[in-house]
Design a protein around this ligand. Sequence first.
Ligand code: ANZ
Length: 841
Amino acid sequence: MAYDPKTIEPRWQAYWDEHSTFRAEIDPAKEKFYVLDMFPYPSGAGLHVGHPEGYTATDILCRYKRMRGFNVLHPMGWDSYGLPAERYAMRTGVHPAITTKRNIETFRGQVKRLGFSYDWSRELATTDPGYVRWTQWIFLKLFERGLAYQAEMAVNWCPAQNTVLANEEVKDGKYVETGDPVVRRPMRQWMLRITRYADRLIDDLEELGWPESVKAMQRNWVGRSEGADIDLPIANSNHSITVFTTRPDTLFGATFCILAPEHELLASIVTSDARAAVDTYIDQAKALDETVRSDTGRKKTGVFTGAYAINPANGKRLPVWVADYVLSGYGTGAIMAVPAHDRRDYEFAQTFSLPIIKVVDDGTGGDIADAAYEGDGPMVNSGFLNGLPTAQAKQAMLQWLEQHGAGHAKTTYRLRDWLFSRQRYWGEPIPVLHLADGSIVPLPEDSLPLLPPELDDYKPAAGGEPPLARAVDWVRTTVPGTDIAAVRETNTMPQWAGSSWYFLRFLDPHNDREFVSTEAEKYWMPVDVYVGGTEQTVLHLLYARFWHKVLYDIGVVSTKEPFRKLFNQGMVLAFSYKDASGRYYEPDQVTERDGKYFSAGEELSSQVEKMSKSRYNVVNPDDVVEEYGADSLRLYEMFMGPLDVAKPWQTSGLIGVRRFLERAWRIVCDDNDMLHPLIQDASSYPQELLRLRHKTVRAVTEDIEGLRFNTGIARLMEMANVLTHSPVRPREIVETFVKLLAPFAPHVAEELWGKLGYDGTLAYASWPGFDPDLCVDESHEYVVQVNGKVRHRFRGETGLDAHGLIVAAKAEPEVGALLKGRDVMKEIAIPGRLVNFVVRE
Ligand code: ANZ
């Protein structure tokens, strides 16, 4: 008989279930705390040890907060629309709803076996009809407000998958999931006007407790640039080109202009001599991907159009070129080139021997630029701007442009509207009807949800017709309440839709009148802590914040931002083994000798990589639970290292945490699993133990608050070691230890709580406090002298160094009074003994 997770863990999980221990109810008398995990896509592969990393972290925080008296909301659900279920259906004919249901059951079972304190009464899946209804409702609200519209768009079309892809699904001209080539092609699409929220998506980041790096990624994605649109007339024509620049101050330094190859004015301004060369160039450029075109390392190419633009500031003629590094989708698709102060323009000018005129003083003197100087400085060679610093020169030029009708201030964004339609089966149908006259009728709210129709064949049709178009009887319908013929929209929403608002549905998951009650929303929002991986979070956060702001504008949510604090967990990696040819080996084919790895005599290299089936390095949490128990898995997930860094899984580490739990068990129970004799009388505790108790409580409390779980566990291990070897076991200290352990390893803690004589769960037992005076190590008496005379004595931490001792002495109010208004010339500290302040007499 001893610590036996196999019997305790299922028992406590059943207890929590039966007693709804973690059910959260609105309670205005209590302070709320909403902790959210990024909910998983329930893939066929099941849970991966990466998932419980974040889930354990949030669970520790939740269990701790409950013990501190907070009303904690901690829900879990499933992001269950998505392409893998649809692909599986194409291969096997099994309906995605069936696969999804099966996968959710697997996931739920796996998650439950880890003992997380979720309020399972709030479980939801984005594919639930009751959920789809409100996702579609949000779409109707977007449509009503003009935030959803149709457009003929050049889209990323993947011929192999017969589908359109979002920009973020395409990298280097390939579909990131499959590697299939992607081409550009115009098609009718649904778009969401996220660009209208660009400023708020940047400005409202200010108030958030997010990692600076994540905020920076949000800012970059929106990409706000403040500058000007400037009009340059084309010589001998009545055309003019408008350029966008962030540096209107440098207008006097413009020596040529460039149009993007797609620019519509090209056809009208190119001279007949230049036409052939320009056309050839345009054809070449069209074949190139934008990421290639904007690669700064690429050699600059371009062709002169034969046309000249007039610089409005000084009347100079600027040759107009066409070059592919100017993109058609950004700004106006045309630039004024200032080679002295823009690196790309500099290279271009060098390549084609175009003039370079310095207009910002870089402080080196001289007029020749050997490289583009992109910094600020006083203006030179710039007429009325001369001598002005950059910021003022920008203002002065803007004013001049407006007065002369030659331009105006302009803010440009990198953000594009959100391409919101997909030609897929397993997604929320877009809830609108098309009439014969081309008009669009939104479905009435009370007809929602509109679920995808039954189909036998889920493949998109060639040419991009969505699979839903095959359900002819479903497509052909009438406008509800009338006999006007209509056809349904056959595009579906992207997977991002369901995950853009699930944190709101968790607040009131069974409400069938409104998507969240005002009472629940007001009480629970915002999410206090949101934890998830870094992959794909830039867009998820952007989309969720956008929808949230729209909902805020319609008055159904009361906070501008949904997630107050955000934390990204690092990836769980694993060792893999491969031979010189790159072939991977399963771990049980590998043997280790002297730190080297072999398989059948051949030496293998070992590396730490992302887990994947093909590398044979995936760890299944079920196996770990089976062998070591859920509490060990939880502890190990947290003990591997700081939460936010990537770290390799090492099964040997599990043995260590399992031993720690056995030791914890033995602190409370004897060999017969009976409670050890504990001493009750606090006055007979050894001081050392008492101090250890207070120090550990403080450290563990601070570590949990700061999400530094690895160091918190290390403190618990130290405490366990001392208690194990201690000849006496004071009850209060042992109970404190069990409480501190509870958030990390809840099953064993519950069991030990019972052994200590308590009934029921310790989930709401009060978190132990600490006395700061007892958190210092053994204290020691120090002497304070002023000019060599003893003036004060105080108790401080043992072993302070000279600096620490001076700081501690000055912190004494009496010392403050002694030194007040006096000129301290020297501070002399003798560690272990005294501080002498030498003051002017
Ligand atoms: C003149 C100039 C002078 C510029 C100078 C920069 C430095 P961000 O900050 O990324 O918004 N630009 C404008 N439209 C472009 C397009 N469609 N394709 C490629 N480049 C474009 O960059 C704005 C700057 O990028 C603009 O300011 C313009 O070059 C260029 F000393 O205009 B600048």
